[in-house]
Design a protein around this ligand. Sequence first.
Ligand code: NA7
Length: 534
Amino acid sequence: TSSTSTDVDVAVVGAGFAGLYLLHRLRGQGLSVRVFEAGSGVGGTWFWNRYPGARCDIESVDYQYSFDDDLIRDWQWSERYPRQEELLAYLNHVADRFELRRDISLNTRVTASIFDDVAQTWTVTTDQNERISARFVILATGCLTAARTPDFDGLDDFAGQWYHTARWPDGGVDFTGKRVGIIGTGSSGIQSIPVIADQAEALTVFQRTANYSVPAGNHVLSDSERKDGADGFDARRRMQKESFLGMSVPMVEAAAADMPSEERDAILEERWQMGGLPMYGAFADVLTDESSNNAAKEFFAKKIRAKVDDPDVAERLIPKGYPFGGKRICVDTNYFETFNRDNVTLVDVNESPIERITANGIKAGDTEYELDAIVFATGFDAFTGALSAIDIRGRNGQALTEKWQDGPRNLLGLAMSGFPNMFLITGPGSPSVFSNMVVSIEQHSDWIADAIAHMQDTDARIIEATDTAEDEWVAHVNEVADSTLLPQANSWYNGANVPGKPRIFMAYLGGVGDYRLHCDEVARAGYKGFALTR
Ligand code: NA7
């Protein structure tokens, strides 16, 4: 299949959950594959995010590959929710077990990917001064990859140490005896705050927006739970594939709008006790109906008031001004309780805006908070950040950043018109962050691998999304988002966390199950919406 002028059939950018699986899968259909990874190890998200308390908010049993039964049997998860170290060990195990490493170049950042209109191949350039040509390029770069440290005045003056949660030093940081400040209360902040508070002499939390967080209910798995997990894996994965969020806990099918308030509260309490993300499925209309959403909001407010001793602190920790689910909900262990500790202070930066960072700490409002270390849990340039960092040019030299200047456009979140034989994994316009990532990654990878297999069978050389199909998909993604309450929040779902970023809702909210059916239909209809040429 490989033409003489190309070095590899497929170049994959990124060796996280997606890149590793793609390599395994595409090799299996006789293709030559090369994976480029900027990190010094495999693992992607789980390689970089080593902050204290880093843990997945999907259960271990569900957050693993489905492609190999023996792997599912052999790997023993230790806790209900996997720690970062354990996920990294799992992904390293997968890389060894399936002999993936020989086709992965670590410490190698892809700097450009340019389509050659004449040769009809991609030229991929790396920061190791390597240049290879590939028939296909798959961007498995992740949607939460490009870490963002807001440019506060004075950071260079700071005499202490500072860290970003997503660029945590290998080997960790010892905060014993230190006065630590943390900016950001998204998932990374909410997971690390209780752990840092336990170690540091004092912790000051700078909060801009309070978040909805559900207790994880984490625990060490017993032998029988592990066995049940492996035995029940196939059935769970089948449910996940057909579900809205890629999870195996069903959504409540009734709408809260029609329910008496005691019934609503009983359901919310039941979901709260389950722990974690099933809260999203409390009511069929929780993300679309204001009164149903308000029921969830009030429930959270009650829970937070019950957990936090100081009523003023509790009020500040209660999310306000945006719908439940408008920002990705968090899953925590002792988050709200941590504010009852004597060594933890909450600063609301809406009341006391961060003016600057000084040599000694952070000046917010009238107060200078003296700190030995600052932690930025300030998130990512989501969905597009990792892609715009690469000089990607399609037909006629068109830059992807130019095509996307008003926001990302593609077909099914998988491919762009003008960028032939290039694919995205968990891209904007796919369910991506609104799903169990592993379920989505496997689905995208399989769909792409099947499309390439179809091309191998039919001697097609080029696959490219058509303009019309792309326009229709973008309109559909927006229409679905606008039928929900989610676009009302300022979030990384819609680019609001990055100053100047076009504001467009970037995840597909039609659900993992319906999205899959749609992708399958496109394939069955001979890749409808794509032009295939010989
Ligand atoms: P998030 O969810 O983007 O959280 C970032 C946090 O940092 C959030 O609370 C932000 O407040 C805050 N932030 C960002 N910039 C500033 C400035 N300039 N000043 C004050 N506060 C700021 O990132 P995470 O890493 O926690 O989680 C990302 C996803 O990874 C998570 O949802 C899971 O899916 C896994 P804001 O809300 O913007 O007001």
